[in-house]
Design a protein. Structure first.
Lengths: 464, 462
């Protein structure tokens, strides 16, 4: 039963939001009030599950549903791959009326076979969606039979959109990995410094910005979950010696359960900015040494941190003056709510407000501390009209947010930079800090702002 | 005659189709202060929203009834009512369009009846606060067709909700514009109509709402588009001009309501289609074609002549929704190209008459594999995701249709009318010429390695 699989996610002890709830609230699930009809924004649970698993680049990802679920959606994320691009193909059963009437199981069975014949992937993920969930297609049974027939994992991702929010979908995807994938393969070799990165999706190459630093410190990313991952890398994650949950709201359950099952210590961290990156490296080195790695790892890591930080300081110099004192409205969510604040402050900018949507309580506290306890600088959802006014009135010099709110800034003719998943630049780790500084500087100083804010000839007043 | 083939395959690979409710939403955004509401799970709206934003790079008002597990099982009428109440009182749209999704269709909810009940209850409850919002039912099931079918259903829904018999209005046209027309196409069409001394109402009119203007204020609903008042007067015209076969249901309904004659042109691309439009406008206006139109026609003739040198005999593979496909096949074959493979999203009337070797109702993988089977092609025409097929076929891509996510300004492309047809003729010829310059100016057989004839020249090591 789907509800049986939802229960542990609602009860996730690793989630701070959940810990703060009463038992009755926990039972009610991850949406105590539910999204408001006519005033809701954000994706569905299927969306969240797909985002979390699709970065596994060599797997085939088949969406079992009508055209809306994949036709409107395929290849719309910028998770990057260093190899296969099978994950970018839009694979779907494209259910028709007839499939709804007759049931879609046979079509799914054939679709899986066709995907395997055409692409020969090491594994297939099959995503359940609302319509076949409603008509009762048993994708678990189809996947089990297909696994046997084709001699490779065919994994049911039973997260139809209607079960809840995108965030719930992230976590259910995590449960899927725990149930079907992690622990099913053994790595060829292991080292005492093998690590796993959880909920790092390699958006436009974030992961590649931090990989060299781990290498310099002598740590090996055994298992990226799931950015730029090959299926077998995720399957061998249980041999990691320590793990980091990068987007804690998305997959904290994976970190906690890996600790529970295989004794792998985990922590919640971020690669957003210099401070957070250094902190993550320090925590990893400490955990790994506790797990039996050579004690000099700590000193080696400190040396890498010192060198990297010095290099960042040196290369940041050209941007210092441009960014100093500039006022930023930060409209993001999750761990970026606080991590970005510290990053921007490190650049010498003033954060006039940050939204703490989807942030954990821990995250909200960190954001509040960074903003000198000013609660009025912590926003929930800002109505678009108010956001437009703030920008138009010049309360902020630039807005950093996701694609959804970009037009509020752009229509107010104010600089805006994408810091969510649709961005075209990677902002992770030390290298990413410099890229972000460069992009903000370029955006702020772009010559278009003067032009688009200047008067039209008929408004200039002094035309003869 | 080429009968459309439907490939017998269970797995769709790289869909050409987007969902009909997305098309319905887009049509509703072409009405001033319009607001589409998708009746389904949050994701139905989120996916459509993201894709529309990626294509237009504009703010897209689009809402959801946010059905959860309980509502999915027990029925979503309460959510629908709550959403309509919220939107009518908060965003105050002029037109609120309700689009069912696959989720609600599978439950077979009687939406029309539900909407009548909701409207009655809310009107009684809200009284004055209801305002002027016109509630439109845009039934475009996820299972049938793609963007243009949803668009057609929404326009028919608007006509159903708004059109009333009106006295004829001489010199005015009601134009039902199909989903295959861009902002640039609509601008050109309006200019042409006005050049004949006529006026027109465009429904929908994306050229007012999604044309990329920078507004002075923030609006939670669409800004620009067909004015609300014009919807009441759809019947106050001397004729109906429908562009696109998929506009036929809406045109027939409007004709039935208002007793106006209908002219349906499936495409406005190609000399003959443009001539048909000129003939219609000449008849309606009672004027012969103005100088500017004559000049544009003459330029098109020259463009066809100049372009045919590069185009004639070349193989063009095309992927597009049915009505856009008609236009693209027409101009390609008018120039003397051959169309070995055309892929489209759904079986639409009249497609079998298209002069193509193979017509497949399928996906972008079919475009690639069928064209390879046919021996390749020199040019691909399709939406931006067709770039994968184009690269695999070593052919350039001319982007048309929806979505175009790797280009800015695609809504201003104009491929219709005498001028637009000229543009597309040039685009085809130039793409082919450029590709040939890159790939084909090589000797047919590899020439022997050239040896330096000057013995004093330094010889590269190794």
């Amino acid at each position: 039963m789907l509800s049986d699989r939802l229960a542990p996610v609602f009860d996730e002890p690793g989630c701070a939001t959940n810990r703060a709830k009463t038992d009755a609230q926990k039972k009610a699930g991850c949406k105590p009030k539910g999204p408001a009809p006519g005033a809701a924004a954000g994706g569905c649970a299927f969306d969240g599950a797909k985002i979390s698993l699709q970065p596994i680049v060599d797997a085939a990802h088949i969406v079992h549903g009508p055209i809306a679920c994949e036709g409107n959606n395929w290849d719309n994320r910028h998770s990057a791959s260093s190899g296969s691009d099978l994950y970018r193909r839009g694979l779907t059963t494209d259910l028709t009326e007839l499939d709804v009437i007759q049931g879609g199981e046979k079509k799914l069975w054939k679709a899986i076979r066709q995907a395997i014949e055409k692409f020969d992937p090491p594994a297939v993920f099959v995503y359940q969606t609302c319509v076949p969930a409603l008509t009762g297609d048993d994708i678990r049974a189809v996947c089990a039979a297909a696994t046997e027939r084709h001699g490779r994992p065919v994994i049911p991702v039973e997260v139809p959109g209607f079960v809840g929010s995108k965030n719930l979908g992230n976590r259910l995807a995590g449960e899927t990995l725990l149930e079907h994938v992690i622990g099913t393969r053994e790595p060829e070799t292991t080292t005492p410094t093998d690590i796993a990165l959880i909920a790092e999706f390699n958006i436009v190459g974030d992961l590649w910005q931090v990989m060299p630093v781990f290498e310099k410190a002598g740590m090996r990313v055994l298992s990226p979950i799931t950015g730029d991952a090959r299926y077998h890398q995720v399957a061998q994650a249980h041999r990691a010696r320590a793990s980091m949950v990068v987007c804690s709201q998305a997959m904290v359950n994976v970190g906690r359960k890996m600790q529970e099952r295989w004794g792998i210590p985990y922590f919640e961290g971020s690669f957003n900015g210099v401070r957070a990156t250094s902190e993550a490296l320090r925590t990893f080195s400490r955990l790994l040494v506790e797990q039996g790695a050579a004690p000099d790892l700590i000193d080696r890591t400190e040396a890498v941190i010192a060198a990297e930080e010095a290099e960042v300081r040196r290369r940041f110099e050209p941007y210092r003056e441009i960014l100093a004192g500039k006022r930023v409205l930060l409209y993001t969510g999750g761990n970026k709510s606080w991590a970005m604040v510290s990053t921007l402050q490190d650049m010498g900018m003033e954060v006039i407000g940050t939204s703490v949507r989807k942030a954990t309580d821990h995250g909200k506290d960190r954001a509040r501390d960074l903003l000198d306890g000013a609660d009025q600088k912590l926003f929930g959802a800002i109505p678009n009209a108010e956001m437009f006014r703030m920008l138009k009135d010049g309360e902020a010099d630039i807005m950093l947010s996701g694609g959804r709110s970009q037009f509020v800034a752009l229509n107010a003719r104010r600089p805006w930079l994408d810091t969510n998943q649709e961005r075209h630049h990677a902002y992770a780790g030390y290298a990413g800090f410099l890229v972000l500084a460069e992009r903000i500087a370029l955006t702020l100083t772009a010559p278009i702002w003067d032009q688009v804010n200047g008067p039209a000839p008929w408004d200039a007043g002094d035309t003869p | 005659m080429t009968q459309p083939e439907t490939r017998k395959k269970a797995l769709t690979i790289d869909p050409l189709k987007v969902s009909p409710p997305l098309g319905a939403s887009l049509a509703l955004l072409g009405v001033e202060r319009g607001m589409p509401l998708l009746h389904g799970s949050q994701g139905c709206t989120a996916f459509a929203l993201v894709l529309l934003v990626r294509h237009f790079r504009e703010a897209i008002p689009l809402q959801t009834t946010a059905l959860g597990e309980i509502e999915t099982i027990l029925g979503g009428t309460d959510n629908l009512e709550a959403a309509i109440r919220t939107l009518v009182t908060k965003s105050k749209p002029a037109v609120l369009g309700v689009c069912p999704t696959g989720l609600t269709d599978t439950r077979s909810e009687d939406m029309a009846a539900d909407l009548r009940g909701i409207a009655d209850r809310l009107h009684a409850d809200l009284g004055e606060a209801w305002g002027e919002t016109l509630l439109v039912h845009a039934p475009a099931p996820d299972f049938i067709g793609g963007l243009q079918e949803g668009w057609g259903a929404a326009v028919r829904g608007i006509v159903e909700a708004a059109a009333r018999p009106r006295p004829r209005r001489a010199g005015h046209l009601t134009v039902l514009a199909g989903a295959h027309l861009t902002v640039g196409d609509l601008d050109a069409l309006r200019d042409t109509i006005e050049a004949f001394g006529l006026t027109c109402t465009l429904l929908p009119d994306l050229s007012g709402s999604l044309d990329g203007h920078v507004p002075e204020t923030w609006s939670p609903v669409s800004l620009g588009g067909t004015p609300r008042a014009a919807l009441d007067d759809l019947g106050a015209a001397s004729a109906i001009l429908a562009i696109g076969e998929h506009m036929r249901p809406a045109a027939d309904l409007l004709a039935e309501r208002c007793g106006l004659p209908v002219t349906l042109l499936d495409t406005l691309t190609g000399l003959r289609a443009c001539d048909r439009l000129t003939t219609v406008l000449t008849e309606v206006s009672g004027r012969s074609a103005p100088t500017a139109v004559r000049r544009d026609r003459s330029r098109l003739l020259d463009a066809l002549i100049d372009s045919h040198f590069a185009a004639v005999g070349q193989r063009v593979a095309i992927a597009a929704e049915p009505d856009l496909l008609r236009g693209m096949v027409t101009i390609a074959t008018d120039l003397g190209c051959r169309v070995p493979v055309a892929v489209t999203s759904t079986r639409a009337p009249g497609l079998e008459a298209l002069p193509v070797d193979r017509l497949i109702v399928g996906d972008l993988d079919d475009l690639e594999t069928a064209t390879l089977e046919a021996g390749g092609c020199d040019l691909v025409i399709g939406p931006s995701p067709a770039i994968r097929a184009a690269k695999a076929l070593h052919a350039p891509l001319i982007r048309v249709g929806f979505p175009q996510v790797d280009r800015v300004g695609s809504q201003h492309d104009c491929f219709t009318g005498y001028r637009g047809t000229r543009q597309v003729a040039f685009a085809i010829a130039n793409a082919i010429a450029e590709s040939h310059a890159e790939h084909h100016l090589r000797p047919p057989h590899p020439s022997p390695v050239e040896v330096p004839h000057d013995s004093d020249a330094p010889v590269a090591a190794g």
